[in-house]
Design a protein. Structure first.
Length: 131
């Protein structure tokens, strides 16, 4: 059950037991600036369903500027993994084009971060390069 009154009405009308989902866990997060001379990029890719429209977005900041830049792109159809992967590549390309050498990348896509830091995981190079 999705914890909505509509779900409750439907399930009760057909005499099915109602089992509520656990509420989401709320975690306190606080943004902290990068070290002096570094650029921090917070990225997030998203997908609308399985093999749906994907999008990329990110914001670039340093220790003194509120915002150095940002990007948002609607891409082609794909999976959420592809959205996260392409978003990360776009962020790396932007920082490289601006000659920012020291980059701190923050993402909620743990698998992507592991791909970038591991020597044993295979990077799926079949993914299209989108910018």
């Amino acid at each position: 059950m999705e914890n909505s009154s509509w779900d409750l009405l439907i399930l009760r009308s057909v005499a099915l037991p109602c089992r509520l989902k656990n509420p989401p866990r709320i975690t306190h997060c606080q943004w902290s600036p990068p070290l002096l001379g570094w650029v921090k990029v917070n990225v997030d890719g998203c997908a609308r369903g399985q093999l749906g429209l994907i999008a990329a977005r990110g914001i670039l900041r340093n220790s003194s500027e509120p915002v150095l830049g940002y990007f948002a792109s609607k891409l082609e159809n794909g999976f959420s993994f592809e959205a996260e992967f392409v978003t990360t590549i776009i962020a790396i390309e932007i920082t490289s084009q601006r000659n920012w050498v020291f980059l701190r990348l923050e993402s909620d896509a743990i698998y992507i971060l592991r791909l970038l830091t591991s020597h044993s995981l295979q990077v799926p190079w079949y993914l299209p390069h989108l910018s």
